[in-house]
Design a protein around this ligand. Structure first.
Ligand code: FPP
Ligand code: MG
Length: 275
């Protein structure tokens, strides 16, 4: 069965960035494939961990074929990626290996943080850096290594793109429709994930409101509770604030985009995306 029948390929943002930076040499194409295989593997495992039924508008591999197969398929993709990676120069191998360690630590942190209400934006930013930004940062850095471009700037670009991307993803869990987002919405808070908008909301609230927000944590909300949370989001402009944080990161990315048209154009799409 071709891979495309098994899992929808998604936006391939990491591969697009690598090819935009390093061109379409065989080496750059191989690097893109390695990164996308690692990314697919991590999503296959993440869907098992999160018990998710839908991803990218389709049933997840774990839903269709069971957790065992999803984990083993992830292991296969991950191992194949490493086999191919071993042909690259040291700097590339080390950067990607280290990013995969971060990715795994980020996933562990995400799980740990979801055990109780997290109101620390510092812990949240550290977790999303590890879970999402580290692999995007490694992708743009390694693309710079193989194409002899400014790796410091490209690393900074990738890190900020990754952070903004995850923040927007977390905002869309609250604001998008299921059709737009291509996966179920309003899942994070119910699953114990205090994303940036909830953290900002909680820290803005008075004591009575704080107690209400805490009472909603990890709960399937009824209509009245849902409406009350929505009105608190409006009262404190939590979504606007979260977009501002993402926009500030995008500005840093722009300053490190080497004046490259594609690298700049993708920034706007990250902020405006709905899926
Ligand atoms: C999706 O985040 C998950 C990740 C970006 C990283 C997952 C990492 C692992 C499972 C560990 C590494 C494993 C391997 C094989 C390299 P999310 O749950 O916030 O987003 P979602 O709503 O799209 O699921
Ligand atoms: Mg998940």
């Amino acid at each position: 069965m071709p891979l495309s029948d098994l899992i929808s390929t998604g936006k391939m943002i990491r591969a697009r960035l690598i090819l935009a930076i390093a061109g379409t040499s065989i080496k750059a194409i191989k690097l893109s494939a390695i990164i996308e295989m690692i990314h697919f593997a991590s999503l296959l495992h993440d869907d098992v961990i999160d018990d998710s039924d839908m991803r990218r508008g389709e049933r997840t591999v774990s839903f269709r074929f069971g957790n065992k197969r999803a984990i083993m398929f992830g292991d296969l993709l991950y191992s194949k990626a490493y086999l191919e990676l071993s042909n690259f120069e040291d700097k590339v191998v080390k950067s990607i290996s280290s990013a995969v360690c971060s990715l795994s630590l980020g996933e562990i942190l995400d799980e740990e943080l979801s055990e109780k209400f997290n109101s620390s934006s510092h812990l949240y930013m550290d977790m999303i850096y590890k879970k999402t930004a580290s692999l995007i940062e490694a992708s743009t850095y390694c693309a710079g290594v193989i194409s002899h471009k400014d790796t410091d700037k490209l690393k900074e670009y990738g890190k900020n793109v990754g952070l903004a991307f995850q923040i927007v993803d977390d905002i869309l869990d609250i604001t998008a429709s299921e059709e737009e987002f291509k996966k179920p919405v309003i899942q994070d808070f119910k699953n114990g994930k205090c994303t940036i908008s909830y953290i900002y909301l909680y820290n803005s609230c008075n004591n009575q409101e704080k107690a209400f927000v805490l009472s909603c944590f990890k709960k399937k909300l009824n209509k009245i509770e849902g409406n009350k949370i929505t009105s608190l989001f409006e009262k404190y402009d939590s979504i606007k604030y979260s977009y501002k944080v993402a926009n500030d990161l995008i500005k840093i990315a722009k300053n490190n985009a080497l004046n490259d048209e594609f690298l700049i154009s993708i920034l706007d799409k990250i902020i405006k995306r709905v899926s």
